[in-house]
Design a protein. Sequence first.
Length: 279
Amino acid sequence: MDVKTYLKELKAHTPYDFSDYSDNSIHRRLQKVLNDHQLTMDELLEKTRTDKYFVEQLVEEITVNTTEMFRDPDIWIAFYNRIYPLLKNRTSLNFWHAGCSSGQEVYSNIIMLNELGLLERSKVYATDLNSKMINQAKHATYRYRFNKKHIDVFNSKLKASAVGDVSQIEIDKYYDISEENDSMKIKDFIKKIPNFQKHDLVQEKFPFYNKFDIIFCRNVLIYFNTSLQTKIFQFFYDRLHQGGILLLGNHEGLTGFFKTKFTRNDPFYVKNNAFHFKY
Protein backbone atom coordinates (compact mmCIF):
# COMPACT_ATOMS: atom_id res chain seq x y z
CA MET A 1 0.00 0.00 0.00
CA ASP A 2 1.36 3.43 -0.93
CA VAL A 3 1.19 6.64 1.07
CA LYS A 4 -1.61 8.21 -0.97
CA THR A 5 -3.84 5.19 -0.39
CA TYR A 6 -3.10 5.30 3.32
CA LEU A 7 -3.95 9.02 3.49
CA LYS A 8 -7.30 8.36 1.81
CA GLU A 9 -8.04 5.70 4.42
CA LEU A 10 -6.91 8.03 7.20
CA LYS A 11 -9.34 10.66 5.93
CA ALA A 12 -12.16 8.11 5.67
CA HIS A 13 -11.76 6.71 9.19
CA THR A 14 -10.65 9.76 11.24
CA PRO A 15 -11.34 13.51 11.40
CA TYR A 16 -7.94 14.23 9.82
CA ASP A 17 -6.98 14.94 6.23
CA PHE A 18 -3.30 15.11 5.28
CA SER A 19 -3.85 14.32 1.59
CA ASP A 20 -2.89 17.85 0.46
CA TYR A 21 0.28 18.09 2.52
CA SER A 22 3.54 18.36 0.63
CA ASP A 23 4.54 14.92 -0.65
CA ASN A 24 8.10 15.13 0.67
CA SER A 25 6.99 16.28 4.10
CA ILE A 26 4.24 13.72 4.66
CA HIS A 27 6.29 10.83 3.24
CA ARG A 28 9.20 11.66 5.53
CA ARG A 29 7.02 11.97 8.62
CA LEU A 30 5.06 8.79 7.96
CA GLN A 31 8.27 6.88 7.40
CA LYS A 32 9.51 8.08 10.78
CA VAL A 33 6.24 6.88 12.38
CA LEU A 34 6.68 3.46 10.77
CA ASN A 35 10.28 3.21 11.96
CA ASP A 36 9.59 4.47 15.49
CA HIS A 37 6.66 2.10 16.03
CA GLN A 38 8.16 -0.75 13.97
CA LEU A 39 5.06 -1.04 11.81
CA THR A 40 4.38 -1.93 8.20
CA MET A 41 2.03 0.29 6.24
CA ASP A 42 -0.73 -2.34 6.52
CA GLU A 43 -0.25 -2.50 10.29
CA LEU A 44 -0.35 1.29 10.46
CA LEU A 45 -3.66 1.29 8.62
CA GLU A 46 -5.13 -1.30 10.97
CA LYS A 47 -4.16 0.73 14.04
CA THR A 48 -5.56 3.84 12.38
CA ARG A 49 -8.91 2.12 11.86
CA THR A 50 -9.20 0.63 15.33
CA ASP A 51 -7.29 2.77 17.85
CA LYS A 52 -8.44 6.38 18.26
CA TYR A 53 -5.73 7.08 20.86
CA PHE A 54 -3.06 5.99 18.41
CA VAL A 55 -4.56 8.33 15.81
CA GLU A 56 -4.11 11.30 18.16
CA GLN A 57 -0.52 10.23 18.77
CA LEU A 58 -0.03 9.92 15.02
CA VAL A 59 -1.24 13.50 14.51
CA GLU A 60 1.17 14.70 17.19
CA GLU A 61 4.05 12.99 15.42
CA ILE A 62 3.11 14.23 11.94
CA THR A 63 2.63 17.88 12.88
CA VAL A 64 5.60 20.19 13.49
CA ASN A 65 5.80 21.94 16.87
CA THR A 66 8.98 24.00 16.99
CA THR A 67 8.68 27.36 18.72
CA GLU A 68 10.11 29.54 21.47
CA MET A 69 9.59 32.94 23.07
CA PHE A 70 10.27 35.80 20.61
CA ARG A 71 11.37 33.40 17.90
CA ASP A 72 13.11 35.22 15.03
CA PRO A 73 13.65 38.41 17.06
CA ASP A 74 14.01 40.65 14.01
CA ILE A 75 10.35 39.92 13.23
CA TRP A 76 9.33 41.14 16.69
CA ILE A 77 11.53 44.21 16.39
CA ALA A 78 9.76 45.01 13.10
CA PHE A 79 6.40 44.63 14.84
CA TYR A 80 7.51 46.88 17.68
CA ASN A 81 8.97 49.62 15.50
CA ARG A 82 6.62 49.55 12.52
CA ILE A 83 3.29 47.87 13.27
CA TYR A 84 2.24 48.26 16.89
CA PRO A 85 2.53 52.08 16.76
CA LEU A 86 0.01 52.12 13.90
CA LEU A 87 -2.53 50.29 16.06
CA LYS A 88 -2.56 52.77 18.94
CA ASN A 89 -5.56 54.76 17.69
CA ARG A 90 -7.78 51.73 17.08
CA THR A 91 -10.55 51.12 19.61
CA SER A 92 -10.39 47.32 19.29
CA LEU A 93 -7.86 44.84 17.94
CA ASN A 94 -8.18 41.18 16.95
CA PHE A 95 -5.23 38.82 16.53
CA TRP A 96 -5.24 35.21 15.33
CA HIS A 97 -2.32 32.81 15.66
CA ALA A 98 -3.04 29.94 13.23
CA GLY A 99 -0.92 26.87 13.99
CA CYS A 100 0.04 28.25 17.40
CA SER A 101 1.83 25.09 18.59
CA SER A 102 2.62 25.30 22.33
CA GLY A 103 1.82 29.00 22.55
CA GLN A 104 5.12 30.86 22.94
CA GLU A 105 4.43 33.08 19.93
CA VAL A 106 0.99 33.91 21.33
CA TYR A 107 2.39 34.96 24.69
CA SER A 108 5.21 36.91 23.02
CA ASN A 109 2.59 38.96 21.19
CA ILE A 110 0.50 39.49 24.33
CA ILE A 111 3.55 40.64 26.30
CA MET A 112 4.37 43.22 23.63
CA LEU A 113 0.74 44.40 23.55
CA ASN A 114 0.86 44.83 27.31
CA GLU A 115 4.16 46.72 27.21
CA LEU A 116 2.72 49.15 24.67
CA GLY A 117 -0.61 49.71 26.42
CA LEU A 118 -2.65 47.91 23.75
CA LEU A 119 -3.70 44.80 25.63
CA GLU A 120 -6.94 46.06 27.16
CA ARG A 121 -8.45 46.67 23.73
CA SER A 122 -7.08 43.44 22.21
CA LYS A 123 -8.59 39.99 21.72
CA VAL A 124 -6.19 37.18 20.95
CA TYR A 125 -7.24 33.87 19.40
CA ALA A 126 -5.01 30.87 18.79
CA THR A 127 -5.62 27.53 17.08
CA ASP A 128 -3.74 24.33 16.36
CA LEU A 129 -4.54 20.87 15.04
CA ASN A 130 -2.58 19.16 17.81
CA SER A 131 -4.56 18.66 21.05
CA LYS A 132 -1.42 18.09 23.08
CA MET A 133 0.02 21.43 21.95
CA ILE A 134 -3.20 23.28 22.74
CA ASN A 135 -3.19 21.82 26.26
CA GLN A 136 0.45 22.80 26.72
CA ALA A 137 -0.32 26.33 25.50
CA LYS A 138 -3.15 26.66 28.01
CA HIS A 139 -0.91 25.36 30.80
CA ALA A 140 1.78 27.87 29.70
CA THR A 141 4.79 26.31 31.43
CA TYR A 142 8.03 26.17 29.45
CA ARG A 143 11.73 25.38 29.79
CA TYR A 144 13.41 28.34 31.44
CA ARG A 145 16.99 28.18 30.18
CA PHE A 146 15.98 27.45 26.58
CA ASN A 147 13.49 30.32 26.34
CA LYS A 148 15.57 32.77 28.39
CA LYS A 149 18.29 32.62 25.72
CA HIS A 150 15.77 33.74 23.10
CA ILE A 151 14.33 36.45 25.32
CA ASP A 152 17.86 37.76 25.99
CA VAL A 153 18.60 37.93 22.25
CA PHE A 154 15.33 39.78 21.67
CA ASN A 155 16.11 42.23 24.47
CA SER A 156 19.55 42.97 23.06
CA LYS A 157 18.08 43.68 19.62
CA LEU A 158 15.25 45.74 21.11
CA LYS A 159 17.71 47.90 23.03
CA ALA A 160 19.87 48.32 19.96
CA SER A 161 16.93 49.41 17.82
CA ALA A 162 16.64 52.63 19.89
CA VAL A 163 12.99 53.20 18.93
CA GLY A 164 10.13 53.57 21.40
CA ASP A 165 9.93 53.58 25.17
CA VAL A 166 10.39 49.86 25.92
CA SER A 167 14.07 48.91 26.25
CA GLN A 168 13.65 45.31 27.40
CA ILE A 169 11.19 42.68 28.55
CA GLU A 170 11.56 42.05 32.28
CA ILE A 171 11.21 38.30 32.68
CA ASP A 172 10.09 38.43 36.32
CA LYS A 173 7.17 40.66 35.34
CA TYR A 174 5.59 37.98 33.18
CA TYR A 175 6.84 34.62 34.43
CA ASP A 176 7.06 32.66 37.64
CA ILE A 177 10.52 31.13 37.37
CA SER A 178 12.06 28.05 38.95
CA GLU A 179 15.69 27.75 37.95
CA GLU A 180 15.97 24.55 39.97
CA ASN A 181 13.23 22.91 37.87
CA ASP A 182 14.27 24.73 34.69
CA SER A 183 10.72 26.03 34.30
CA MET A 184 9.00 29.32 33.60
CA LYS A 185 5.24 29.70 33.90
CA ILE A 186 3.32 32.55 32.35
CA LYS A 187 1.62 34.60 35.06
CA ASP A 188 -2.14 34.40 35.31
CA PHE A 189 -2.86 37.97 34.20
CA ILE A 190 -1.28 37.08 30.82
CA LYS A 191 -2.33 33.43 30.65
CA LYS A 192 -6.03 34.33 30.90
CA ILE A 193 -5.94 36.51 27.76
CA PRO A 194 -5.76 34.13 24.77
CA ASN A 195 -8.65 31.99 23.54
CA PHE A 196 -7.05 28.66 22.54
CA GLN A 197 -9.05 26.23 20.42
CA LYS A 198 -8.22 23.01 18.66
CA HIS A 199 -8.89 23.61 14.96
CA ASP A 200 -8.03 21.85 11.72
CA LEU A 201 -7.10 24.63 9.32
CA VAL A 202 -7.48 22.27 6.37
CA GLN A 203 -11.09 21.23 6.74
CA GLU A 204 -12.91 22.38 9.89
CA LYS A 205 -15.34 25.26 10.14
CA PHE A 206 -13.67 28.28 11.70
CA PRO A 207 -14.60 28.52 15.42
CA PHE A 208 -14.61 32.35 15.65
CA TYR A 209 -16.75 35.01 13.98
CA ASN A 210 -14.20 37.81 14.19
CA LYS A 211 -12.30 39.48 11.43
CA PHE A 212 -8.68 40.15 12.28
CA ASP A 213 -6.20 42.99 12.22
CA ILE A 214 -3.25 40.59 12.18
CA ILE A 215 -3.04 36.88 11.36
CA PHE A 216 0.11 34.98 12.31
CA CYS A 217 0.66 31.74 10.39
CA ARG A 218 4.34 30.98 10.50
CA ASN A 219 5.97 27.77 9.27
CA VAL A 220 2.67 25.99 8.64
CA LEU A 221 1.96 26.49 4.94
CA ILE A 222 5.40 25.22 3.99
CA TYR A 223 4.08 21.71 4.67
CA PHE A 224 1.08 22.11 2.31
CA ASN A 225 0.97 21.60 -1.45
CA THR A 226 0.24 24.54 -3.75
CA SER A 227 -3.47 23.80 -4.09
CA LEU A 228 -4.00 23.72 -0.33
CA GLN A 229 -1.90 26.84 0.16
CA THR A 230 -4.17 28.69 -2.27
CA LYS A 231 -7.24 27.58 -0.33
CA ILE A 232 -5.73 28.79 2.96
CA PHE A 233 -4.63 32.12 1.48
CA GLN A 234 -8.20 32.75 0.37
CA PHE A 235 -9.43 31.92 3.85
CA PHE A 236 -6.94 34.31 5.44
CA TYR A 237 -7.86 37.03 2.94
CA ASP A 238 -11.53 36.68 3.83
CA ARG A 239 -10.83 36.78 7.57
CA LEU A 240 -8.67 39.93 7.50
CA HIS A 241 -9.98 43.46 7.81
CA GLN A 242 -9.12 45.77 4.95
CA GLY A 243 -5.54 46.84 5.55
CA GLY A 244 -5.01 43.82 7.82
CA ILE A 245 -1.66 42.09 8.04
CA LEU A 246 -0.65 38.51 7.34
CA LEU A 247 2.66 37.26 8.74
CA LEU A 248 4.12 34.08 7.25
CA GLY A 249 7.27 32.10 8.00
CA ASN A 250 10.69 33.15 6.74
CA HIS A 251 10.60 30.55 3.97
CA GLU A 252 6.96 31.07 3.00
CA GLY A 253 5.34 33.52 0.62
CA LEU A 254 2.20 34.26 -1.33
CA THR A 255 1.81 32.69 -4.76
CA GLY A 256 -0.07 33.41 -7.95
CA PHE A 257 -3.25 35.47 -7.73
CA PHE A 258 -2.70 36.40 -4.10
CA LYS A 259 0.42 38.40 -4.92
CA THR A 260 -2.00 40.97 -6.37
CA LYS A 261 -4.31 40.92 -3.34
CA PHE A 262 -1.67 41.82 -0.76
CA THR A 263 1.02 44.49 -0.70
CA ARG A 264 4.32 43.13 0.56
CA ASN A 265 6.19 45.23 3.11
CA ASP A 266 8.85 42.82 4.40
CA PRO A 267 8.20 40.78 6.41
CA PHE A 268 4.46 41.62 6.31
CA TYR A 269 1.71 41.17 3.74
CA VAL A 270 -0.99 43.86 3.85
CA LYS A 271 -4.48 43.20 2.48
CA ASN A 272 -4.96 45.63 -0.40
CA ASN A 273 -7.40 48.52 -0.21
CA ALA A 274 -7.37 52.31 -0.45
CA PHE A 275 -5.44 52.56 2.82
CA HIS A 276 -2.03 50.96 3.15
CA PHE A 277 0.35 50.87 6.07
CA LYS A 278 3.25 53.17 5.24
CA TYR A 279 6.68 52.46 6.64
